[in-house]
Design a protein around this ligand. Structure first.
Ligand code: 13P
Ligand code: SF4
Length: 332
């Protein structure tokens, strides 16, 4: 190999020219069999990656698949905190990801050393953290949640229970509003979900009066206020399949639209526009992964995710608690 292992781990991806005559879909299928690998992909991945994945899902679904798999190698097409969750649940399996640099602005908004101080300032509070955070934050938390189960988990706790919710202030205030709680919120946000323009969505609604606005709870309150449906990526997808409406304005990362079109070919899906002319409704972190990097990471089994065992065990506790609670609460 041109790059050595250390350099690949440092750079975050394998950078080798690929024979352009190769059919990467065929090659990836071969590698899957050869290595007993499973490809888990989030809905925000490129269409090509979604099409070759063994499982596509939201954060809860991906964590559950990671827990249940018999594969020897988990190829995680998503961002770092998701692959980290897979490793936390599967310490003996090899977890690789196409680009180790695929981070998350929301996760980055909550550094563990500051969060630890924040917790100390709020004694008697339990800590519920959204899965979009680092293992360091998970290790400081009592329960992890995702956008699929956050409200149900909060509602299952006694009303007297004082709660810190981190790192997403938008999801936190959405839950506060719908449950009548007063959770203390960490001031973090996702760069993609904060960029939607209320003004432009309103204008779109004028041109498409029948269209329903569907939004992810990471969006700002003003956008959520005009949404006809609010839910996690998989809940949004299910809503577009079930609902009679044939047109939807989609306020989340655009990758999900690939599945929406596949599942409801006759319906029209319009990405909610961002405040400026950039393609900011594409997550730059998710989009670091490409089909080429996916192929190379499977071929060379690099870059690999490693984790300190003490940190892993501490981070696993609140994830296990979430998985148990979700089962008990009947969350799909
Ligand atoms: P879900 O797919 O769990 O709704 O999460 C969305 C997201 O922002 C992932 O980064
Ligand atoms: Fe993080 Fe937002 Fe990208 Fe999801 S969409 S990975 S929350 S930056």
């Amino acid at each position: 190999m041109i790059q050595d292992v250390h350099n690949i781990q440092k750079m975050g991806y394998v950078d080798i020219d690929i024979d352009p005559t190769l059919d990467l879909f065929v090659e990836i299928q071969k590698l899957k069999k050869e290595k007993n690998a499973i490809i888990l992909a989030h809905y925000y991945q490129d269409a090509d990656i979604q099409d070759i994945a063994d499982y596509i899902g939201d954060s809860l679904g991906l964590a559950r698949q990671a827990q249940a798999t018999n594969a020897d190698m988990i190829v995680f097409a998503g961002v770092h905190f998701m692959a980290e969750t897979a490793k936390i649940l599967n310490p003996t399996k090899k977890v690789v990801l196409p680009d180790l640099n695929a981070g998350c602005s929301l996760s980055d908004s909550c550094p563990p050393f500051l969060f630890e101080k924040f917790i100390q300032q709020h004694p008697e509070h339990i800590v519920i953290s959204y899965i979009n955070c680092s293992a360091g934050i998970k290790a400081l938390s009592d329960i992890i949640c995702t956008s699929s189960n956050a409200q149900a988990i909060v509602e299952s706790l006694s009303k007297e229970q004082k709660i810190i919710f981190a790192p997403d202030r938008n999801l936190g205030s959405y839950i506060n509003k719908h449950t009548g709680r007063n959770m203390v919120l960490w001031n973090g946000a996702c760069m993609v979900h904060e960029i939607f323009s209320l003004e432009k969505i309103t204008k779109l609604k004028v041109r498409h009066p029948e269209a329903k606005v569907i939004a992810h709870p990471e969006c700002e309150e003003a956008v959520l206020a005009i949404a006809d449906f609010i839910g996690s990526t998989s809940q949004m997808l299910a809503f577009t399949q079930k609902d009679k409406c044939s047109e939807f304005i989609v306020a989340t990362e655009t990758g999900i639209i690939h599945q929406m079109i596949k599942n409801s070919p006759g319906k029209n899906f319009i990405p909610a526009p961002p405040t400026n002319a950039c393609a900011c409704n594409n997550c730059p972190h998710m989009k670091l992964n490409t089909l080429e990097k996916l192929y190379l990471c499977m071929k060379y089994e690099l870059p690999e995710l490693f984790m300190d065992e003490t940190l892993r065990l501490a981070a696993k506790k609140p994830i296990d608690r979430m998985l148990t609670m979700s089962k008990e609460l009947g969350i799909q």
